[in-house]
Write a protein that binds this ligand. Structure first.
Ligand SMILES: Nc1nc2c(c(=O)[nH]1)N[C@H]1C(S)=C(S)[C@@H](COP(=O)(O)OP(=O)(O)OC[C@H]3O[C@@H](n4cnc5c(=O)[nH]c(N)nc54)[C@H](O)[C@@H]3O)O[C@H]1N2
Ligand SMILES: Nc1nc2c(c(=O)[nH]1)N[C@H]1C(S)=C(S)[C@@H](COP(=O)(O)OP(=O)(O)OC[C@H]3O[C@@H](n4cnc5c(=O)[nH]c(N)nc54)[C@H](O)[C@@H]3O)O[C@H]1N2
Ligand code: SF4
Ligand SMILES: [Mo]
Length: 710
């Protein structure tokens, strides 16, 4: 049976896989031992690659809305309808009346990263949105201000570090993010085997925490306070040895002065001696990497947390050195491509209603609902979503859903009628990930080891099937050229610029002078060695230096300091991820969703006793924005005063076509999050740390919004 080498595109680990193929059918998917990066490792989610391909609910033909219902249509009819509606809205209301939202799987799709960006980011609308502002926007803004480019986010050199400080990340489950590191579990074990130390800071004793040397409970939303305090100790005890290429050390030291451990202990829940010990250990380690991720991004001081984590590395000499935080030198110069499609810069324009600054050419997803609802010039009236499900993934999903349902025209590029795309006027479905070529343009820029791999499609496309690049090339050409002869000619021209052609050009002009041909000769991937120091050449700041105390951030410090005086809510809600789940999707794979109910509310035993919650019984979780009911799971792995619900569930919406998922519906965490809670600097959604009231589900309580709102 032929075994075709490919890449699992479900998460950032980008594991090498072997696809067993018989005729046109997939018989199985397993780890590829010859992939230099993943070396045979795969996680349980990998079966999703096969299940997605085989899923009878996955659309094989486009859908168009007739009256109330979606019906199958030919590609030509669907494309005509899609382009016509967008052209009409642009003609009548201007280019900004069209919004675009790109979801997370974009980053895992060669066609969407190349042709997709060229089409979707050049439509002339300022209403560009993506999952970035529900994810890593704070890291991007920190990188922009400190290093000069939104994509210059350094990655932890986990394979050489002696001290790995993991804050607000659970890489044993997520397999790493802004850090391509398949089999993080093994990498953690190796750190410990070579005498290193792993410390996890998280309001939950996670799967990663259980493998680490230590776990520190931290009150949600207080990471910036903790990080400032670590810096405070480093300076106070004379342990600073800043990297050579940094400016702003004195200013940073001055700013850190207010945050001595004794002062932040109460707010963070971490004792002063523990903070001092951690700071000393970090500064004195042979090498140390402070890795912050989604947990530190989904909060109100997220950009400050990202800044201070990078700064801690720089001040202790751990930025740009083996075992510390390092930049990659990928075979495709991602910065160059990003610049080409406007993915750079900050604050060149702002959102119309709340005035949030653009970042990398995009506005915060937390503002899309109001941009649709609020009348006036520039009001959003049409939408294109590609590879996303904002009804479940954006803060206050129900509000955004109502707004989307009110649009004049909505086109979705997605293989499913999901909770968002069920509102579309046209759905254009791409083929399965096994039917398209893959090269990780985005993620190879954040891999803990340099690598390059081009996977050819494991299976051919069937009749009438198309990949994302093909769909977007045509849609873009028809939006610009219309549905007549000009549009057809433009479509032909656009389709000639395939993802592989773009990739070949990018590889040839990239720093390693590779090519599609060279990679075709190494079907399991090329190992290009460990990360290497890149300072000062990598920087694109005006000063040519690492900026340790950007004014934009320094100005926010008084607001952070004020947190020390604020009385925290008695109970707050955070999210979590599960090994067999992937954001809002893959819940249609029976192999992945079967077993015990996963959408549970984690509650500490003390809180459960106080609130009279019983294990397995339903609880009502209420915020100022709404309420959901979920079964209680009592566990001391969660901090007292904190409850946790996973995001991406809530599959019982009428009209979605997800048979298996609907039978394992759960509830959507984002039914109760608040789109007004954002990190002010980056506009990133502050999903976590929202004040909640939790009661046994049979008890009805009158909630005073004022008391809940912080
Ligand atoms: N409360 C809370 N909310 C969160 C988070 C959280 O932790 N807590 N996490 C946030 C984060 S980090 C993220 S990244 C977002 C994710 O949010 P989104 O990106 O909006 O949502 P996904 O669940 O990833 O939706 C993926 C959709 O893309 C489709 N898709 C998959 N592959 C392809 C493809 O190759 N082509 C096309 N065209 N479509 C494809 C799937 O069918 C699915 O419908 O959610 C965010 N929301
Ligand atoms: N299996 C699986 N893998 C995934 C995904 C998935 O859904 N399932 N999603 C993918 C995506 S889109 C992303 S972005 C990555 C995310 O990858 P990670 O960043 O590793 O994501 P999480 O597992 O959500 O880890 C976030 C941690 O932050 C903690 N946390 C919550 N609030 C706070 C806080 O205020 N401070 C601190 N210090 N910690 C806090 C949570 O308890 C949680 O353990 O995972 C990717 N991989
Ligand atoms: S960790 Fe799992 S889901 Fe992620 S790429 Fe590897 S096999 Fe796929
Ligand atoms: Mo994400």
């Amino acid at each position: 049976m032929p075994q075709r080498p490919a890449t699992c595109t479900l998460c950032e680990a980008a594991c090498g896989i072997l696809v067993d193929v018989e005729g046109d059918e997939v018989r199985g998917v397993r780890g590829d031992p010859d992939d230099p990066m993943s070396q045979g490792y795969v996680c349980p989610k990998v079966v999703g690659m096969q299940d997605l391909h085989d899923d009878p609910d996955r659309l094989r033909r486009p859908l168009v809305r007739d009256g109330g219902a979606l019906r199958e249509a030919s590609w030509d009819e669907a494309m005509t309808r899609a382009a016509e509606g967008i052209r009409r809205v642009r003609r009548e209301h201007g280019k900004d009346a069209l919004a675009v939202y790109q979801g997370n799987p974009t980053a895992h799709n060669l066609g969407l990263m190349t042709v997709g960006q060229l089409v979707l980011r050049t439509l002339g609308t300022k209403n560009l949105y993506s999952a970035s502002s529900a994810d890593q926007a704070p890291h991007m803004l920190a990188a922009h201000e400190m290093f000069g480019h939104v994509l210059l986010m350094p990655v932890p050199d986990v394979d050489r570090t002696k001290l790995w400080l993991v804050i607000g990340a659970n890489p044993v489950v997520s397999n790493g993010s802004i850090m391509t590191a398949p089999d993080t579990k093994r990498r953690i074990t190796r750190i410990r085997e070579r005498g290193g130390r792993v410390v996890v800071v998280d309001p939950r004793r996670t799967e990663t925490a259980r493998l680490a040397d230590e776990h520190v409970f931290l009150r949600p939303g207080t990471d910036a306070l903790l990080l400032f305090s670590l810096l405070h100790v480093v300076f106070e005890e004379g342990l600073a040895k800043p990297i050579a290429h940094a400016v702003g050390v004195e200013r940073l030291e001055q700013l850190a002065r207010a945050f001595h451990p004794e002062r932040v202990a109460r707010a963070t829940g971490v004792t002063a001696p523990r903070i001092r010990e951690l700071a000393r250990a970090f500064a004195q380690a042979e090498s140390a990497a402070c890795y912050v991720r989604v947990g530190t991004c989904h909060q109100e001081h997220a950009t400050l947390a990202s800044w201070l984590a990078y700064a801690l590395g720089a001040v202790t000499g751990n930025l740009d050195r083996p075992g510390g935080m390092m930049w990659t030198r990928p075979a495709v110069d991602v910065l160059k491509i990003a610049d080409l499609v406007g993915l750079r810069g900050h604050a060149r324009f702002s959102s119309r209603v709340r005035g949030y600054a653009e970042l990398g050419g995009e506005l915060p997803i937390a503002t899309l609902a109001e941009e649709i609802e609020t009348p006036g010039r520039g009001q959003v009236r049409a939408l294109v979503t590609s590879a996303g499900n904002p009804a479940l993934s954006a803060p206050d999903g129900p509000r955004l859903e109502r707004a989307i349902a009110s649009l004049e025209h909505y086109v979705a590029i997605d293989g499913y009628v999901n909770e968002t795309t069920r509102h579309a006027h046209v759905i254009l479905p791409p083929c399965s990930p096994l039917q398209r070529p893959h090269y990780d343009v985005a993620l190879s820029a954040f891999a803990v080891r340099e690598c390059a791999k081009l996977a050819q499609p494991a299976l051919p496309m069937g009749p009438g099937e198309r990949d994302d690049a093909d769909i977007l090339a045509e849609l873009g050409a028809r939006i610009r050229g219309g549905n007549g002869a000009l549009g057809r000619a433009m479509t032909r021209a656009a389709k000639a610029i395939t993802p592989l052609r773009i990739l070949d050009g990018a590889l040839r002009t990239g720093p390693r002078r590779l090519s599609v041909l060279a990679l075709t000769r190494a079907p399991h991937g090329l190992d290009l060695g460990p990360l290497e120091p890149r300072l000062p050449g990598v920087l694109t700041t005006a000063s040519g230096r690492v900026e340790l105390a950007p004014e934009l951030f320094a100005r926010e410090v008084p607001r952070l300091e004020a947190e020390l005086e604020r009385r925290p809510p008695s109970m707050v809600l955070i999210g979590r991820r599960h090994l067999r789940s992937n954001n809002s999707w893959l819940h249609n794979s029976l192999r992945l969703v079967k077993g015990p109910q996963r959408c549970t509310l984690l509650v500490h035993p003390d809180d459960a006793a106080r609130l009279e919650l019983r294990d397995g019984a339903p609880a009502t979780v209420k915020t100022s924005r709404g309420e959901v009911r979920a079964p209680v799971e009592i566990s001391d792995e969660i901090m007292p005063g904190v409850v946790s619900l996973p995001h991406g569930w809530g599959h019982d919406r009428a009209g979605a076509r997800l048979g298996v998922a609907a039978a394992h519906a759960g509830v959507s965490l984002n039914d109760v999050t608040d789109d007004a809670r954002v990190d002010r600097l980056s506009g990133n959604a502050a999903f976590n740390g929202i004040a909640v009231e939790v009661t046994p589900a049979h008890v009805r309580v009158a909630v005073d919004d004022g008391a809940l709102a912080r």
